[in-house]
Design a protein around this ligand. Structure first.
Ligand code: AMP
Ligand code: MN
Ligand code: MN
Ligand code: MN
Length: 293
């Protein structure tokens, strides 16, 4: 079983890369991509753990893009994590992310959330800071009682704690992933609150920019969405990917590997020639790993 979209404590996930791999293994996942937001820092640890569990780890990342003033997420898969062009692109995104976090902190502070930035930074620890960390601060400070409400009332566009930033361009992110010999996947196409027309435009722009695949099945897609995206992926000549977008065991409606199978008629992204070479070369596990080669 494959799961090509998941998060660890290196961004806004709640499990360390090792814990994530262990859980994926328990869930029957044989091939996992760790796709943290704007960082590949968790890959060496995940690769070492994957080796222990005899699991295949695919190099992954989820990169933030601004397209028509909206944020899109592009998953990179099976790339060379040491590629300098990709590293540059990630460093730029990390700088934007850090600046945005300070601005979100200042906004929440004005709403009465004490030490919002420092507390979010503490929660994020060594990981890329994001809105999920601020959601936890808001919950812990008693401003709301769920992640959904934290986003709905404070952190989503239009709310007082939202800060708009220019992430990278669609073209530059796809180019960086390609420079690193990876595959660019449009993440959760139903996750953007676009109309059907805008969704088509997004797919057109993504394909036009050289994108390779789209997530047809995620942890939250329904049968109708899967059918729609299966059709549109073949129309656009895109490979089909799948992944749970797992963040935390607390998201009880979602689990690693618990994703519908790709429907007939689509071409799975793991059948792309680029995927084969990168997946089998794997990532160099951490040096202290006895299992490493
Ligand atoms: P960021 O990249 O820091 O802006 O955060 C994006 C992340 O926030 C997503 O990957 C989700 O983990 C989370 N997220 C976004 N919208 C919501 C929402 N409405 N409810 C809960 N989590 C959300
Ligand atoms: Mn996230
Ligand atoms: Mn995403
Ligand atoms: Mn994700």
């Amino acid at each position: 079983m494959l799961d090509l979209h998941s998060h660890s404590t290196r961004s806004d996930g709640r499990l360390t890369p090792t814990e994530l791999v262990a859980r994926a293994s328990t869930c029957g996942v044989g091939t996992l991509a760790l796709t943290d937001h704007d960082t590949t820092a968790g890959l060496p640890e995940a690769a070492a753990a994957a080796c222990q569990y005899d699991m295949e780890l695919v190099a992954g990342v989820e990169m933030s893009v601004t397209w028509r003033r909206r944020t899109l997420h592009i998953v990179g898969l099976a790339f060379d994590p040491d590629n300098p062009a990709l590293a540059d692109s990630l460093t730029r995104l990390q700088t934007i992310r850090a600046g945005r976090a300070e601005a979100i902190g200042a906004k929440l502070e004005k709403l009465g959330v004490r030490d919002a930035f420092d507390r979010a930074s503490d929660i994020a620890d060594a990981g890329q800071i994001g809105r999920n960390h601020f959601a936890r601060v808001l919950i812990e400070a008693g401003f709301c009682d769920s992640f959904q409400k934290a986003f709905k009332n404070y952190l989503k566009p239009g709310r007082n704690g939202y800060v708009a930033v220019e992430w990278a361009t669609l073209d530059s992110v796809i180019d960086a992933i390609h420079a690193a010999s990876g595959l660019a996947v449009l993440a959760h196409p139903f996750g953007y609150r676009f109309s059907a027309n805008w969704r088509r435009r997004m797919l057109g722009a993504f394909t036009g920019a050289g994108g390779d695949a789209v997530e047809v099945c995620t942890g939250t897609t329904n049968a109708d969405e899967i059918r729609q995206m299966a059709t549109q992926s073949t129309e656009h000549g895109l490979y089909a990917s799948l992944g749970s977008d797992f963040h935390s065991p607390e998201q009880h409606w979602l689990e690693l590997g618990r994703v519908a199978r790709l429907p007939y008629g689509v071409t799975p992204v793991w059948e792309a020639p680029e995927f084969g070479t990168m997946a089998s070369s794997r990532i160099q596990p951490q040096a202290d790993d006895s299992c490493g080669s």
